[in-house]
Structures are given as structure tokens and as C-alpha cells.
Design a protein around this ligand. Structure first.
Ligand code: PEP
Ligand code: MG
Length: 319
């Protein structure tokens, strides 16, 4: 019976009116991956690869990386795994990167900016991913994109290595976590196979509020209408190229936010493993028409608190 429940748990989620909404897991270790499989994850929507790079004096080589990625992928049999390229720099320092101290680390050399400044780091990571036996289930995601050129540079490196190793296409996606990326999602979508909204960073950059500053914690809310309007722009831009949009930031796991995100056009929610069953249940209780109506009202609201009021009332009415 337990095995049957696990299989049922793997089934794709859908709204009450039959629109598929995939529920994926955010992972930061092999243990997380095993846990996510047990919770019924349809795949991994965000593997934070920083765990391989921090607290050491040299970066992991491609073989060491390949072994870890292989174990994560093996823990989710048959399911897609989105591996995010290294997102260190700024406040997640790796000494061997020798990034000079910065006055504004959140606005500094971080995410894909580091990888493009240190091509050997990007090469080793791409080689590690391409060496996974089930590479056909891997997807690669680029963090902190602000310019289309960054996607083109990663695609060029990926194509070169694939050519060398004789490996077929691997989907490449952009994280949408800078206002620049959200506002140019239509342009980025020409060079991306999928987009994934990092609502934690997107919120911090849209509101100009440090996500780690406890004095601002009460005010930093991804349901601010400004953030929602940029999420709408992202979905509209992606739709011009038929590129799917997911959310892998904390907003995806917020029960008040999920219906709004679906109403805006998001079709994959990537959440911490423990949140998977509740997120699937929430999706199953929605209709797309109702979610769209809620999203329209949220976009017109004055502030995050009013959006939360609308979402709370919506949840009570849908019972
Ligand atoms: C985000 O910014 O929302 C995100 C998913 O990435 P991280 O939290 O790792 O910065
Ligand atoms: Mg981020």
C-alpha cells in the first residue's frame, strides 16, 4: 500500500479543471533528493550546487561534481532534474575564487557573472553535468541572468563541450531573478528552453530590500504588486516563444501565493520537499478561471498586505 501511495504521489498534479501544474522539489544535497522522491516530487526544479563548492580551499573538479550529480539524478528515477550553475560570490564567498571585497555584494560579482569571469569554473561544472549517465534527464539553469549575452555565452560553452563529448542537446534555462531579466523575458526566451523565477532575489531587487536584513524581513514580500507585475511580464514574454515558466523561489511554497502564480501563467512550482504534498493538494482544489480572476485583482491591489487579504479570502471561499 505504501508503494502504491508513492506511485500515486508521483502523478502529475493538475487543477480541478484539468490544467497540469507540475510540482517539483528544490534540493541542496543527495539526501534532499531521496527525501523529495519519497514525498512524490515530479522532478527537481532547482538543485542548488553551492553545497559542492563552499567550505573548501579548491573547487571540485568535474569528476567529483559528476559523482554528486549522478547520485542526485539516480535518486529521482525517470524524472527531470534542473541543475543550477554555481551561484556563489557576494555573500556566499569561496576563498579560491579570490573575489575582492565588495561594498554591495548582492549587486556584485555573483551568479553567472562569476562563471563568465572564471571560464574554467564554468567548464568544469558543465563537464560534470554532461558526464551524468542519465544526462538526458538533466537540464541546466543559469542564475542571476541580467543580459541576453550571458545566456548566449553559456550556450556557446555548452555546445562546444557537447560537441567534444558527442552528447545531444541539453535544455538550458534562465533564472528570472533580476528586474532586468523579468522586463526582457521575451528576449531571453529566444535563447532559453525554460524560465524559472527566483522570487527570493527578484523580490529583493525589485523592492531594493536586502533579503538577509532582519530589520526589513516584515516588509520583504514577494506578493508586492510590483513583483507580481514583473512575474506577469515574465509569463507574457515567455509565452511569445512558447517557453514554460516555473517559480523556484519561496513564493512557490506559499499557499497564498501559489493560486496567484498559476493565474499569472506559471505551470511548475518548485518547493522544498516537505511542501510537495500540500502544494499538490492546493493545485487540485483550484480552477484556472478562478486563479486568473484572483491574479487580476492582485495585480491591481495597492500593496502586499492587500494582496494577502485577497488571497486569504479566496482560500476561505474555495474551502
Ligand atoms: C531565488 O532567488 O528565489 C532562488 C531560488 O535562488 P536562491 O534562493 O538560491 O538565491
Ligand atoms: Mg537567487
Amino acid at each position: 500500500a505504501e508503494a502504491a501511495a508513492l506511485v500515486a504521489g508521483d502523478r502529475p498534479a493538475a487543477t480541478a479543471d484539468g490544467v497540469p501544474v507540475h510540482v517539483f522539489a528544490n534540493l541542496g544535497s543527495v539526501t534532499d533528493a531521496r527525501n523529495a522522491a519519497a514525498m512524490g516530487a515530479e522532478g527537481c526544479g532547482l538543485l542548488r550546487t553551492e553545497f559542492l563548492f563552499l567550505d573548501r580551499t579548491t573547487p571540485p573538479d568535474h569528476e567529483e561534481q559528476a559523482a554528486e550529480y549522478r547520485d542526485v539524478v539516480a535518486a529521482l528515477p525517470g524524472r527531470p532534474v534542473v541543475i543550477r550553475l554555481l551561484d556563489v560570490g557576494g555573500d556566499k564567498p569561496a576563498t579560491y575564487l579570490a573575489i575582492p571585497a565588495e561594498e554591495n555584494p548582492a549587486l556584485g560579482l555573483r551568479g553567472i557573472r562569476v562563471a563568465l569571469a572564471r571560464p574554467e569554473i564554468l567548464d568544469a561544472q558543465l563537464r560534470g553535468i554532461l558526464a551524468v549517465p542519465d544526462v538526458d534527464r538533466c537540464r541546466i539553469m543559469v542564475p542571476m541572468v541580467a543580459n541576453v549575452d550571458e545566456m548566449i555565452a553559456v550556450r556557446t560553452a555548452l555546445d562546444r563541450l557537447r560537441g567534444e563529448l558527442g552528447i545531444g542537446p541539453v535544455p538550458l534555462g534562465a533564472m528570472i531573478e533580476t528586474p532586468a531579466a523579468a522586463a526582457t523575458a521575451d528576449l531571453i526566451a529566444r535563447h532559453a528552453d525554460f524560465l524559472s523565477i527566483g522570487s527570493n532575489d527578484l523580490t529583493q531587487y525589485v523592492l531594493a530590500m536586502d533579503r538577509g536584513n532582519p530589520a526589513l524581513a516584515a516588509g520583504i514580500d514577494g506578493l508586492h504588486p510590483a513583483v507580481l507585475r514583473l512575474i506577469r511580464m515574465t509569463c507574457e514574454g515567455a509565452a511569445t516563444r512558447d517557453v514554460p515558466v516555473s517559480v523556484c523561489g519561496g513564493l512557490a511554497a506559499d499557499p497564498l501565493a501559489a493560486p496567484i502564480l498559476i493565474g499569472l501563467g506559471v505551470r511548475t512550482l518548485s518547493v522544498p520537499p516537505a511542501r510537495i504534498p500540500a502544494t499538490k493538494a492546493l493545485v487540485a482544489g483550484l480552477t484556472l478561471a478562478a486563479a486568473r480572476d484572483l491574479a487580476d485583482r492582485a495585480l491591481a491591489a495597492r500593496d502586499a498586505a492587500r494582496v494577502r487579504d485577497l488571497a486569504r479570502r479566496f482560500a476561505e471561499e474555495s474551502g
